[in-house]
Structure formats: structure tokens, C-alpha cells
Write a protein that binds this ligand. Structure first.
Ligand code: ATP
Ligand code: FE2
Length: 327
């Protein structure tokens, strides 16, 4: 069966096409980049409705199939920004109804885990999901993906983007931090906030802005922010792995593209005799292939949804999903 999945939780509208072995036939996307300021949900949603049919068409062309070959449509039901979710949901319903095929709404965070497992060939990892809107440590326990630790304020990517804007780095600052940090040579201590398995970033942000006012070079601020924030993430990931006895760790989310974070988690895994996995860049960021793949897994394990059950859920929690496709 061929599954077409539509992602639209935040700034990315993605369309992926997969088969039942998780061969990715297409994974097209278009990201909304605000001209100034942060992400406005309504503007992002307008972007998504402008591009969605073009992206569906180009995914189908890339895959070398025709729309009539699609046997299942899936979409990101949540969590995410309401207006964006509704565009993806409406497009998915329209497509499924016009093709006369079933529809499945999926949890975006669970999709990050499942594409990572399938692409990396790991079996039962703890996932460090570090993206713009989300920062969680997730692992499978007693039939569900459970959140063992998470941010108490904002996602690590949003922290980098917000801070970057204040420091004058422009929007989508994650990659800029990475580049600047490589040129930094002095570490300044910043608030390190780990409570149990949770993290928080607001103190670190305030302190980083104060460093700039004191005239500390941007390169050193970037280095200090990365070292502190990523050490926090690595610590809670390690604690979760020890607590639940997992010897695999998987990285996911846009921030997982950062090589310094990868190195820190790899060192931690190595020291524990565990294995680290990172999916290819295009599967780390928000994408349609992961939505298609989780939809296929759910459908093939017997999940069925009526169109009336596909309303979007802005606060859809990872542990609300009953995992029917794993034993
Ligand atoms: P989600 O909806 O899952 O919360 P998202 O909409 O924020 O995700 P992603 O593509 O998963 O989208 O992640 C984007 C985030 O990743 C942005 O905050 C961006 O700054 C950050 N990012 C991208 N590349 C890097 C990098 N090299 N280093 C650090 N952060 C990065
Ligand atoms: Fe995501």
C-alpha cells in the first residue's frame, strides 16, 4: 500500500509518500519564514494553504506514481498551532474523500520516533526530541510512548530562535548559533536548570542577553549557550536512559541537526556502552514522510478513523496514543 502523509503542525508544510517497508518515495516540503518577528500562526497557515496542493502534486510526481495509487492518507493531527493543523487536516480530508481512501490522523511527536526507528534500524530507543516547539525525552513503556522529561518553559529551538533575534542574529537562529559557536573560545557560565528529568531555559536566555550588554563577543555567547543548553539535554537524556534501562538513544527534531549536540550525546552514549542514532537531516526536521510512515504503521495494525474523528488536537500528548503497532 502507498501512503501519502501531510505534515503541518508549525512552520513546515510537508508531503511524504512511503510504502509499507518505509521506503520513502517522496518527501517534499516548503517552510514558512516570517519576514520579521516570530512565527504568527495565521500567517503560517495562509502559507500552508497557498502551497499545499503544489506540494502534494510535486510529491506525487517525485514518487513517480499517480494519485490513484495512494491507498491511505495520513496527516499531523497535533500537537501544534491550531490554524496550521487545520490546513493540513482539511487538505487530508479533501484528498482522502476525493480518492475514496481511508484517513488516519497521527501524533507528530510519535511520528518523529517512528521515522527514526525505521530509518536508523534501532529497536527500542529513548528519543531526545529537540525541535523548535518541543523538547522531550520519550521512550516506550507499557504500551505507550511516555514522556520522561521535558522543558518546563519553551522548546530549545524556540529558545535559540528568540535569543538569536534579541542578539541580532535574525530568525531561525539555530544554525547561526552552531556556526558562531565554532569560532568562540571562551565559556561564560550561564544558569543551568535541570529539575529531575525536566529542563528550563528562561534563566539562560536572560543571562545570555546580559552577557551581550557587557560586551561579550557573540561567538563566545553562542558557545556558552550551546554548551549549557546541550549539557542540560544530555543530562536528562542520560538520566531517562538509566531510569528505564534503554541502551539506544535516538535524536530527532530540528535541533538534532546540530553537530555539537550530536557529539555530546554520542559521548554520553559511548560512556554508557549505549548506541546513538541520528536520522538523515530531512527526517530530523518536520517532514511529511514521518507522518506517512506512522499512518501506515497505525493502519496496518488495525487503526481505523472515521472522518468525523479526525478533528485536530492542539495539545495532543505523546502518551495519549495507544501504540498498536509494537509488541
Ligand atoms: P516542532 O513542530 O516539532 O516543534 P519545528 O516546527 O520547530 O518543530 P523543526 O524543523 O523540527 O521545526 O526544528 C526547527 C528548529 O530547529 C528551529 O528552532 C531551528 O533554529 C533549529 N535548528 C535547525 N538547525 C539547527 C542547528 N544546526 N543547530 C541548532 N538548532 C537548529
Ligand atoms: Fe517536529
Amino acid at each position: 500500500m502507498i501512503t501519502l502523509g501531510i505534515e503541518g503542525t508549525a512552520h513546515t508544510l510537508g508531503v511524504g509518500i512511503v510504502d509499507d517497508e518505509c521506503n520513502v518515495l517522496a518527501n517534499e516540503l516548503d517552510m514558512f519564514r516570517p519576514k520579521e518577528g516570530g512565527l504568527h500562526p495565521r500567517e503560517a497557515a495562509n502559507h500552508h494553504s497557498d502551497v499545499v496542493s503544489t506540494i502534494i502534486r510535486s510529491a506525487v510526481d517525485k514518487a513517480g506514481i499517480s494519485l490513484s495509487d495512494v491507498g491511505l492518507v495520513s496527516f499531523s493531527m497535533g500537537p501544534g498551532l491550531g490554524p496550521c493543523l487545520r490546513v493540513a487536516g482539511t487538505a487530508a480530508r479533501a484528498l482522502a474523500c476525493s480518492l475514496g481512501v481511508p484517513i488516519v490522523g497521527v501524533n507528530h511527536c510519535v511520528a518523529h520516533v517512528e521515522i527514526g526507528r525505521a530509518q536508523c534500524g534501532c529497536d527500542d530507543p529513548a528519543l531526545l526530541y529537540a525541535s523548535g516547539g518541543n523538547t522531550q525525552v520519550i521512550a516506550f513503556a507499557e504500551g505507550r510512548y511516555r514522556i520522561f522529561g521535558e522543558t518546563q518553559d519553551i522548546g530549545v529551538g524556540n529558545m535559540l530562535d528568540k535569543l538569536g533575534r534579541e542578539l541580532g542574529m535574525g530568525f531561525y537562529a539555530g544554525p547561526v548559533f552552531e556556526k558562531l559557536a565554532k569560532e568562540g573560545d571562551r565559556y561564560y557560565e550561564l544558569p543551568y536548570s535541570v529539575k529531575g528529568m525536566d529542563v528550563a531555559f528562561s534563566g539562560l536566555m536572560t543571562a545570555a542577553v546580559a552577557l551581550q550588554k557587557k560586551g561579550v563577543p557573540l561567538e563566545d555567547i553562542a558557545l556558552s549557550v550551546q554548551e549549557t543548553a546541550f549539557a542540560m539535554l544530555t543530562e536528562v537524556t542520560e538520566r531517562a536512559m538509566a531510569h528505564i534501562g534503554k541502551d539506544e538513544v535516538l535524536l530527532g527534531g530540528g535541533v538534532a541537526q546540530n553537530n555539537r549536540l550530536r557529539d555530546m550525546v554520542a559521548d554520553m552514549a559511548h560512556a554508557r556502552g549505549a548506541e546513538m542514532y541520528v536520522p538523515d537531516r530531512r527526517f530530523c526536521m518536520d517532514n511529511g514522510a514521518m507522518i506517512a510512515w506512522l499512518g501506515a504503521e497505525m493502519y496496518n495494525s488495525g487503526v481505523r478513523m472515521d472522518v468525523s474523528e479526525t478533528a485536530v488536537r492542539q495539545r495532543f500528548r505523546t502518551d495519549e496514543v495507544e501504540v498498536t503497532w509494537r509488541s
